[in-house]
Design a protein around this ligand. Sequence first.
Ligand SMILES: [Zn+2]
Length: 365
Amino acid sequence: MVTVAVAAILIGMPVEPAWAAKRSRAAPWDDLFRHLSPRERGGPRPTARRAAAPVLPVPLPKPRPSEAPSAERDKPDKEQLASPPNGKPDQQAVPAPPPTPQPSACRLALTDQVAIAPSIPDIKGADGCGGEDLVRLEAIVLPDKRRVSVKPAAILRCTMASALAEWIRSDIAPLAERLGSSISDLDNFDSFECRGRNRIVGARLSEHGRANALDVRAFKFADGSLISLTDRTVPRGLRESVLHSACKRFSTVLGPGSDWYHEDHIHLDLMERRGNYRICQWDVWDPLPQKAPLLPAERPDEAPPREVVAKPGDAKSDAKSGAKSDAKSDAELDAEKSNAEKTEEAEPPREEKPAKKKRRQNRRS
Ligand SMILES: [Zn+2]
């Protein structure tokens, strides 16, 4: 009987479905299967599955518990992550950011190799005051990398700053070298300022109000010397060189002699006029004389009367015969003049001709 029972068990085991053995023994491929389908790893399912294992060949997914988070709620969350809802993201997309203005050709050319001139925001003031493409010109970089500081830094349009930089680099720096020095500072007397011309209220807007002008008062050299452009004691040739170079580069140059507003500085701007009309008004004055011409000193009271010092010849004549002696002297002078004229007339011009001929003959010889 025992053998029959063992045989019956041995024969019955293969008859048992293969999936039942897998469930009970947890075969290695079961883990692989669980990995691929996480939903099959639900807590209560294995026990329930084991209870119904012999009956159901293919397990069906268990209905989702009511307390579990609904799939419909999860979907909107996922959609929010994937695509922006109709809230803030859409509002941010509506006001498109303003296109960043492309740098001007001037801005591209005004590199750190030419000048230290960072860009600043546009200025839009009243009555047309302000400008675009502005820079703060802090220094000009010379070709040998030395810097010329602009003190204080000037607010200028890029085009004006560029013209100023080229003027210093190409004209003023070589001029300083010829003098055995080098320029180190530019004395900025005034750059951007919303005001009328010559600071007159109600006058036309100055180029200073358009950031298109600079007032230069002086250059400072590396040796510490200061060259004031309107100083009469500065060598005239140096000031004239500055004048000619400035008038070639700027459309307006105003200095001493133009009006009494520019007696102590030089005004430079790039104002555009009809027909490219230019103004170059700068009188390079000669230095004043070291000593002003002396005025006649006031005659002291103790000084002798003027008649005494009139003529040395009159001292010989007496006071009584003074008038007669003067008349005589006049007559004598007339006689001398007439004699001189006679002698000139008496001299025959023919006598000079032979002499000239002789000289010529001598020269030829
Ligand atoms: Zn000015």
